[in-house]
Design a binder for this molecule. Structure first.
Ligand code: SF4
Ligand SMILES: [Zn+2]
Length: 133
């Protein structure tokens, strides 16, 4: 691990549910990065590439239109990620997801409950809102 400093402070959500989700994603990135990348920061446990991708995921969380009612991103009808980042994060999740119960059982359990959430597309909300006027 190097002492490379993080270039930008990551966007971390302030509300409890979103902050928990950020921490869960961060744990998954650490599992992935530890097994795939060498030049990791002592401060974050991540390489520069993973820090950048985690920061992107954090920004998406902060701007998520569902807020505290957020579903897991793979059950989301919006899919706000850019295609490249979405594929990269999927790869991380595919690898780290099955390893989470061993490393972070509590986060893994709560994530299972999060997967049960279902939401509508915001367009549907707007349409319904207009219909009620
Ligand atoms: S993909 Fe959907 S649930 Fe995930 S952050 Fe974007 S809008 Fe929110
Ligand atoms: Zn990495």
């Amino acid at each position: 691990m190097s002492d490379r400093s993080t270039p930008d402070a990551p966007a971390i959500p302030h509300t409890p549910r979103l902050r928990r989700e950020y921490r869960t994603i961060e744990s998954m990135f650490r599992i992935w990065c530890a097994d795939h990348h060498a030049d990791r920061s002592a401060a974050t446990g991540l390489c520069a590439e993973c820090e950048t991708l985690l920061a992107y995921a954090g920004q998406r969380l902060v701007k998520c239109p569902y807020g505290e009612d957020k579903p897991t991103c793979n059950h989301c009808p919006v899919h706000c990620y850019k295609r490249a980042q979405r594929e990269q994060v999927r790869e991380v999740m595919r690898y780290a997801g099955p390893r989470m119960p061993l490393h972070h059982p509590w986060q893994a359990l709560l994530h299972v409950f999060d997967k049960l959430r279902r939401v509508e597309h915001p367009r549907t909300w707007r349409r319904r809102g207009r219909g009620q006027q």
